[in-house]
Design a protein around this ligand. Structure first.
Ligand code: F6P
Length: 358
C-alpha cells in the first residue's frame, strides 16, 4: 500500500508526532510506503507532485519538535483558489489528480474542521481513500475530547497567566490576557482555571462590562489590588461587535478585544491596566507529553484504519482511548464550550467571574 500524509490548516504542536507515528506503523508494522505531501494540498498541485518519501530514518528525532516538517497552509481552498485577477478559480481537479500522480492508495489528512471538510469534499469528488486526524489548538472539532495541539496551547497560556500574576500583584494592576481559540472559548476557560484567573470571558457566555468591573472592585474591597482577566479572541465588545481586522491580503482575522476591554476597565474602575496578546506562541514550541501521546495514538490508529480499508473516518480521543467516527459527523458537530458543563461550573464554584453576574 502507498499512503500519503499531509498537514493542513494552522500548525500546532504535535503534528510531527503524528507523522512519525504513521510512518513507523506503516513501514515497520505493514511494510507500506509513505509519502509526505508538502504544504497541505498545495503539494498536490505541483507537477511532479511535491512530496517526499518518508521512512523511519527520515522521521527520526522529530517527536518533540513543534511545527510540521511537511509545512502547511490555511489558505488556498482548492475549490476557490486565488486567481491571477483577484478572483477565485476551482483547482480541485488538479489536486484530485495529484493523488493519482503519486499513485496513492490512501491519504491521511491531519487538519481542523475546515481542512477536513475540504479534504473530504476532494475525496468524494475524486475517489480518494481518506482518513482524518484532528488537530487544532481551538479544540472545537466534534467527536473527540482532545485535538492535537490544544493541550500545548493551554500550557503556554497557563504559563502566561502565571507570569502575569506576579507582575500584576507587584504593580496593583489589572492584566488582560487575550488568547486564541477562534469562535470557541476552550483555551481561555481551561488556562483561566489552571492559572487562577479572576475573570474569564468566552464567546459562549455573553458578558456585561459592568459585571466584570464589579468583580475587580469586589476584589479591591477585600484588599486584592490586582486582577487577572483572560479573554478569548472572539468575545464581543460592549457594543456587540466582534473585533476583527482585514490584513494586507484581504483576510479577516480576530484581534483587539483585549485592548478594548483593558481601556474600558481602566475608564470605569480607575485601575491601571495592561494587555498581553498571546498570539502564535500558543501554536509553536515543543508539544507537551499528552499531545505527543495522543498524536502518536492517532498516527498509529490512522494507519490501522487504512490497512483495514476503513476510509472516510476520523480518529478521535474519547474516554482515554482512540475511537473512529465518520469524518462528516466530526466536522458537522461543532464543539463549543458548554455553558452548563463541568469546567464552567468549576470556574463558577471557584468564584471566577464570567462577567454575567452569576
Ligand atoms: O485555528 C487556529 C488559530 O490559531 C485560531 O485560534 C486563530 O484565530 C487563527 O488560527 C489564526 O490564524 P493565522 O495563523 O492565519 O493567523
Amino acid at each position: 500500500m502507498r499512503i500519503g500524509i499531509l498537514t493542513s490548516g494552522g500548525d500546532c504542536a504535535g503534528l510531527n508526532a503524528v507523522i512519525r507515528a504513521a510512518v513507523l506503523r506503516a513501514v515497520n508494522g505493514y511494510g507500506f510506503e509513505v509519502w509526505g505531501i508538502h504544504e497541505a494540498t498545495h503539494g498536490l498541485l505541483q507537477r511532479p507532485v511535491a512530496a517526499t518519501r518518508l521512512t523511519p530514518e527520515t522521521v527520526r528525532g522529530i517527536l518533540h519538535l513543534g511545527g510540521t516538517i511537511l509545512r502547511t497552509t490555511n489558505r488556498g481552498n482548492p475549490f476557490a483558489y486565488p486567481g491571477p485577477d483577484g478572483g477565485t478559480i476551482d483547482r480541485s481537479g488538479e489536486i484530485g489528480e495529484g493523488y493519482r500522480e503519486l499513485g496513492l492508495d490512501a491519504l491521511i489528512g491531519v487538519g481542523g474542521d475546515g481542512s477536513l471538510a475540504i479534504l473530504r469534499r476532494l475525496a468524494q469528488a475524486y475517489g480518494w481513500n481518506l482518513i482524518g486526524v484532528p488537530k487544532t489548538i481551538d479544540n472545537d472539532l466534534g467527536h473527540t475530547e482532545q485535538s492535537i495541539g490544544f493541550g500545548t496551547a493551554v500550557t503556554v497560556a497557563t504559563e502566561a497567566v502565571d507570569r502575569l500574576h506576579v507582575t500584576a500583584a507587584s504593580h496593583n494592576r489589572v492584566m488582560v490576557l487575550e488568547v486564541m481559540g477562534r469562535d470557541a472559548g476552550h483555551i481561555a476557560l481551561t488556562a483561566g482555571i489552571a492559572g487562577g484567573a479572576d475573570v474569564i470571558l468566552i464567546p459562549e457566555i455573553p458578558h456585561d462590562i459592568a459585571r466584570v468591573c464589579e468583580k475587580i472592585e469586589e476584589r479591591r474591597r477585600k484588599g486584592r489590588n490586582f486582577s487577572l482577566v483572560v479573554v478569548a479572541e472572539s468575545v464581543k465588545a460592549s457594543d456587540g461587535d466582534v473585533l476583527m481586522y482585514t490584513d494586507a491580503h484581504g483576510q479577516s482575522r480576530y484581534g483587539g478585544i483585549g485592548r478594548v476591554l483593558a481601556e474600558e476597565i481602566a475608564r470605569r474602575t480607575g485601575a491601571e491596566t495592561r494587555v498581553t496578546v498571546l498570539g502564535h506562541v500558543q501554536r509553536g514550541g515543543s508539544p507537551i507529553p499528552m499531545d505527543r501521546v495522543i498524536a502518536s495514538a492517532f498516527g498509529v490508529a490512522a494507519v490501522d484504519l487504512a490497512a483495514g480499508g476503513r476510509f472516510d473516518r476520523m480518529v478521535g480521543w474519547q474516554n482515554r482511548r482512540v475511537v473512529d467516527v465518520p469524518i462528516a459527523e466530526a466536522v458537522a458537530r461543532y464543539q463549543a464550550v458548554d455553558p452548563g458543563g463541568t469546567l464552567v461550573m468549576t470556574a463558577r464554584g471557584l468564584g471566577i467571574s464570567f462577567g454575567d453576574g452569576r
